[in-house]
Each structure stands twice: as structure tokens, then as C-alpha cells.
Design a protein around this ligand. Structure first.
Ligand SMILES: [Zn+2]
Length: 336
């Protein structure tokens, strides 16, 4: 079931209380979304499907038009998440790393609801949770954009659950930065930010040698600080998790991480499998070969990738302690 912004808060509260984190995969094609949903179904776990700007403008969901891309992405996920065999799993749609001049317009449209034509009727769907990429923004610009999104939600009377970030690639975020950013939003729009992504020593991209700077203590400090500022439980989000050791990931979850963003390793796993598929099937791809059609069609490579990729996603879900957590979380979400 695709969770709405209010239901998403219940899931993160459940994760915090039961010491697990929800895997958030940057899924950049319908096939990647299918594979992530399948991994969650095998694990009986919640999952977050997230999209960055480059996926929305890519050819799987549009050809350059981010608003059309987000609408198509949301429609595909909503239709699948709300029907068997996935309707008993908590599934979230998250906007990740949205940046550039269209940020406010795109995310405001998302908060207002993207048109969803189902069964001849027009409904609308909003992402479960929303964040933007603040890496090129000053503190005041970051606060200003987050506040504009909160204001849009207020004006359109829509709920919003936001993730706010601070220099996730810049080492450990100092407490005074957290104070200024979170307070800057909270004093104007309380109750909108429910996820906090500070720098805790990881970096985006693949790392050969892990992240020696990573600090589970920093995660704990930020969780306590965010609670002190907002007077509610705020889950910590880990960006740049590719290459972080299993021990560090589990320490991060124990310290209060409830959402683990995962992109680079996921892309590497899928692209390496695709490369291997084409290498192994060079002969079948020659015109005239009897297996040409079944090898060259999209489903040929996608099925091969899926066999390799789904177990990798499932392992990651298990590592974060989320295996088997969907049933209790859904019961809590349905209770409201
Ligand atoms: Zn990130």
C-alpha cells in the first residue's frame, strides 16, 4: 500500500521504536521498481522507492519533463503498490535529490497531488515523503525552500512529511548548523520535518575503503538534538551508504537511522549484471540466430538482471533489520 505523508510518520516511528531502518532505493526504471517491490515482498518488509531528478527527466518516465516524469513515476508506483501482491506492504514514494530552478514548482505540484487517472476517474497522488538536494544551497536558501514547501502544503491543505538535509558529504554536521536549520523551519512551520539527514561521515558515490570518518555517535547526537529542537521523534536518514561496512550500517540503525538511501551500489549491481548478460549472449544477438528475439527484447536483459539484483536488495533489507517488519507496521498504520 502506498503510504500517505501521515502514514509514513507512523512507519518511521515504528522503525525507531523497533530498531530497524527502511531501505530507500533510487530506482531508475520500471524494472528496477519491480525488483525492489519483489525484494520487499520476499522479505515481508517495508520499502521506500525514491527518485532523484535525473530519473524523472530520463527516458523511463519522460524525456526531459520532470513534472511529467514525476507524474508517470507516481502513477506506476501507486497502481502497483495498491494492488496484490504488494498491497499489504508499507511502500513509500520519496523525492530524493531534487534540485535546480524547478525545485519549488515540482515539489509544490507533488504536495498538491499529481493527477492519477484510474478506472476512468481522476484521483491524485502525492509522494509519501519529500526532500530536496541542498548541497548547493546556503543555509538560508535551504530554510527558505523548505518553508515555501510547508507553506504550499498549508495553502492547499495537504499533509506533508519532509526530510531536511545538511551537507551530507561535508563530514560531521556541527550541532549549531542543525540548530539553525531545524529551528529555522520549526519556528515557522512546526510538525512538517520528520526526517533529518545530517553529515555523519559518509559520502555519496562508491568508496573503495569504506568511510573511516563515519560516526554512529554523531547519528545518536543528531537524533537527540533534533528531538530537543522539535519536541518529537525525528528519524535520522543516512545518505551515501554505498561502501559502508555492515557493522557500521547496523551501528547506524541502532543509533537512530530509520531510512537508508541506496543508489551507487544498486546501480553498480544492475549495470554489471546487464554488461554480463550482453557479453554472454553475443552469439544469440546476431541476426538470424533462433534465440535473437527473446534475447534482444527488454525482458531478456531485465530478467537476467533481476535474478542477480533482487537477492542483493533482500540482503540489504535484512541487514537493516527490516525483514519481517511489514505486518506489524501495517497493523499500526491501519489503526492510525
Ligand atoms: Zn543522497
Amino acid at each position: 500500500m502506498l503510504l500517505n505523508p501521515e502514514q509514513s510518520r507512523i512507519l518511521f516511528q515504528d522503525a525507531l521504536e523497533h530498531h530497524y531502518a527502511v531501505l530507500a532505493v533510487n530506482a531508475d526504471s520500471p524494472a528496477a521498481i519491480t525488483d525492489c517491490l519483489e525484494a520487499a515482498r520476499h522479505c515481508g518488509s517495508p520499502i521506500i522507492i525514491e527518485t532523484s531528478l535525473w530519473q524523472l527527466t530520463g527516458r523511463s518516465f519522460s524525456a526531459g519533463d520532470a513534472i511529467a516524469g514525476l507524474t508517470n513515476y507516481a502513477i506506476q508506483l501507486a497502481q502497483r503498490a495498491n494492488a496484490p501482491p504488494y498491497d499489504e506492504l508499507p511502500i513509500l514514494l520519496h523525492t530524493d535529490h531534487i534540485k535546480g530552478p524547478q525545485t519549488v514548482e515540482l515539489l509544490t505540484r507533488a504536495i498538491r497531488g499529481l493527477p492519477l487517472g484510474l478506472n476512468g476517474e481522476i484521483h491524485s497522488v502525492s509522494p509519501s515523503t519529500i526532500s530536496l538536494d541542498s548541497s548547493e544551497l546556503s543555509e538560508s536558501e535551504n530554510i527558505d525552500i523548505v518553508c515555501r514547501l510547508c507553506e504550499a502544503a498549508q495553502v492547499h491543505q495537504r499533509p506533508v512529511t519532509l526530510e531536511m538535509e545538511a551537507g551530507v558529504d561535508d563530514g560531521l554536521t556541527p550541532p549549531d548548523v542543525a540548530q539553525r536549520l531545524l529551528r529555522g523551519v520549526e519556528q515557522n512551520f512546526p510538525d512538517c520535518v520528520w526526517l533529518w539527514a545530517p553529515g555523519v561521515g559518509t559520502r555519496h558515490g562508491l568508496s573503495e575503503c569504506g568511510f573511516p570518518e563515519f560516526s554512529a555517535e554523531a547519528v545518536e547526537r543528531h537524533r537527540l538534538l533534533a528531538r530537543e529542537i522539535t519536541n518529537r521523534d525525528i528519524g535520522i536518514v543516512l545518505h551515501g551508504s554505498s561502501g559502508l561496512s555492515s557493522e557500521s550500517l547496523q551501528a547506524a540503525v541502532a543509533a537512530g537511522v530509520v531510512k537508508v538511501n541506496w543508489s551507487s551500489e544498486s546501480l553498480k549491481s544492475r549495470s554489471a549484471a546487464a554488461a554480463d548478460f550482453y557479453k554472454r549472449h553475443e552469439v544469440q544477438l546476431r541476426p538470424g540466430h533462433p534465440e535473437f528475439k527473446q534475447t534482444s527484447m527488454d525482458n531478456g536483459v531485465q530478467s537476467f538482471v533481476s535474478q542477480r539484483y533482487v537477492p542483493v536488495v533482500a540482503d540489504r533489507i535484512e541487514l537493516l533489520g527490516a525483514k519481517g517488519k511489514s505486518m506489524a507496521a501495517m497493523a499500526r498504520i491501519r489503526k492510525g
